[in-house]
Design a protein around this ligand. Structure first.
Ligand SMILES: O=C(NC/C=C/[C@H]1O[C@@H](n2cnc3cncnc32)[C@H](O)[C@@H]1O)c1cc([N+](=O)[O-])cc(O)c1O
Ligand SMILES: [Mg+2]
Length: 214
């Protein structure tokens, strides 16, 4: 049977990127998505905004919702201070398998913990599974109708603290209207929109950065 797009993206990384070099893995994926096949990675333009927020927060604990092929996982983990871990959740086993190989190829496996499962099931288990008290940083890039229920779950599970930063992809395209309305109107968040473009295109999209106020 024909290979899947994630498998073809992995093959491009294994063929063209330098093993152990996260930047070359990132550049290879961006090149593949611009010149061979578009894929729903946060991409290079929004990736620069993601990088700047990760560097600013310099999180001790970080969570990513929706690993897909691991592009943003590698982008985030390459900037984390030593001794910190990025927990990334992915419920599609085929995507998780590709992501594991891309993460390993980048050499960042010691900074990343990829957990297979649904965010709705795993978020309540973060304390017991990883001894996590609160997350300093959360990157949301999974199904767009899961953003709002999942941050409400993070609040309920007391996994956010005063100053926790949420960064959400695709708030314009495909769009996350209920999430945006919530973080922009809730007194519990201070929210800011970073205008950009949908990965590898000229279509408008952007990232929403929201600080939990406690
Ligand atoms: O649909 C998009 N992203 C959805 C991403 C979904 C990824 O997160 C996982 N997932 C979903 N709920 C989950 C719950 N728990 C764990 N993994 C989960 C899915 O198995 C997939 O790997 C998207 C679409 C476009 N686009 O232009 O169309 C552009 C983008 O940047 C996008 O991010
Ligand atoms: Mg996205």
């Amino acid at each position: 049977t024909r290979s899947t797009r994630p498998q073809r993206l992995l093959r491009a990384v294994q063929k063209k990127a330098i093993k152990g070099d996260p930047q070359s893995v990132i550049s290879t994926i961006d090149y593949f998505c611009r010149h061979s096949e578009w894929a729903m990675n946060v991409g290079d333009e929004k990736g620069v905004i993601l990088d700047s927020v990760v560097c600013e927060v310099s999180p001790s604990t970080a969570l990513e919702l929706g690993t897909y092929c691991g592009y943003s996982t590698v982008r985030i983990a390459r900037l984390l201070p030593p001794g910190t871990k990025l927990i990334t959740l992915e419920f599609n086993p085929d995507y998780a398998a590709v992501a594991r190989q891309i993460i390993e190829y980048s050499g960042l496996q010691d900074k990343i913990c990829l957990v297979e499962g649904a965010s709705g099931d795993l978020i309540p288990k973060m304390q017991e599974l990883f001894g996590i008290k609160t997350f300093d940083f959360v990157f949301l890039d999974h199904w767009k109708d899961r953003y709002l229920p999942d941050i409400k779950l993070l609040e309920e599970c007391q996994l956010l603290r005063k100053g926790s930063i949420l960064l959400a992809d695709n708030v314009i395209c495909p769009g996350t209207p209920d999430y945006l309305e919530y973080v922009r109107n809730s007194p519990r968040y201070e929210s800011k929109y970073f205008k950009s473009h949908l990965e590898y295109t000229k279509v408008e999209d952007g990232l929403e950065k929201s600080v939990f106020l406690g």
